[in-house]
Design a protein around this ligand. Structure first.
Ligand code: DHB
Length: 309
């Protein structure tokens, strides 16, 4: 028997993967499909205070290699997700509320609202790239830390943060150390690469319409960037910050790479768009196959065990 169990603080995951927030998680039907699958947890679409239609269509494109989106936070609003939370408990998996605000106060309001409900964790999304005129919160490091510090003081739930890609080690070093001091339990690394464009040669057009056709990139090209973030956040936090790897996971081998790099679990976005929740069954089989070949019974033993060059 191969044991794929992993954990983040008090949360136990029977398999080390789940849906990336934003994919297959906007309606109760989709969230239940994640619950019924081999996904190790369920995370909601980032919820805002008011429900939102999101940006004009086409706003999402994906193929065998990548995805680009400018969704604009379409979601049913926090009341909806708070109402259905108790219906998702029966799956006995960690249930994570992703929250997204347009202001400091929005984040505090949303964290208070989900605190009273059946969620096991709050993931503060500070990295939505697609709201024109709104900069990505997480690029203001001190503002982000202040938001998280306030939420930390109010919540007993596991507290995570979703961060965007950075381009300097010094920012990552500062953030990693301060997130530990603030008491954030885990970081999801990384959100989509924010300024990306994909051209359709046939139509001689960009593949999505909103925001000049420029949106967040996901898929296999993102994986090396995300892996570097996993490694650096882990290093600079002296392994104290737990990590969920996000970016380009489409096989059991990808999951294994992230775990070796130090992630406790991974979230699946672009490949989940392509395959639907049955992907988790395939990932499980592929991961078990790798462990069997390597004669490993407990996946946990391999977390962070990337060898030195
Ligand atoms: C959206 C995209 C994101 O990458 C994110 O983190 C939140 C929202 C969106 O456009 O809906």
């Amino acid at each position: 028997m191969i044991n794929l169990q992993t954990s983040i603080k008090t949360l136990t995951f029977s398999c080390p993967f789940f849906n990336a927030s934003g994919v297959w998680c906007t309606s109760e039907k989709e969230l239940k499909e994640i619950g019924e699958s081999e996904s190790g947890a369920i995370i909601t679409k980032s919820m805002t205070i008011k429900k939102r239609q999101g940006n004009e269509e086409p706003r999402l494109y994906f193929d065998n290699y990548l995805s680009v989106n400018s969704m604009g936070l379409p979601n049913r609003g926090y009341r909806y997700y708070c109402q259905i939370a108790s219906n998702l408990k029966k799956f006995k998996k960690p249930l994570i509320a992703s929250i997204a605000g347009f202001s400091f106060d929005d984040y505090l309001f949303l964290s208070d609202k989900v605190e009273e409900k059946d969620f096991d964790a709050i993931e503060v999304n500070l990295s939505c790239p697609n709201i024109l005129g709104k900069k990505i919160f997480a690029y203001d490091l001190d503002l982000s830390l202040t938001i998280l510090e306030k939420i930390r003081k109010k919540t007993k739930k596991v507290l995570g943060v979703k961060l965007p890609p950075y381009n300097s080690r010094s920012e990552i070093e500062y953030l990693a150390k301060r997130l530990v001091e603030v008491g954030v339990d885990y970081a999801s690394l990384i959100n989509s690469l924010p300024l990306s464009a994909v051209v359709d040669v046939e139509k001689e057009k960009l593949v999505i319409t909103p925001n000049m056709g420029i949106g967040g990139l996901g898929g296999e090209g993102v994986k090396p960037v995300a892996l570097a973030h996993v490694i650096l956040f882990r290093y600079y936090s002296q392994n104290k910050l737990e990590i969920v790897g996000v970016g380009g996971v489409k096989s059991g081998e990808d999951v294994y790479q992230y775990l070796l790099a130090g992630a406790k679990a991974v979230a699946v976005g672009t490949a989940l768009l392509r395959e639907g929740p049955k992907i988790f069954f395939r990932l499980k089989k592929e991961l078990e196959e790798i462990l069997k070949k390597k004669k490993i019974s407990y996946l946990k033993e391999k977390i962070g065990k990337l060898k030195k060059i």
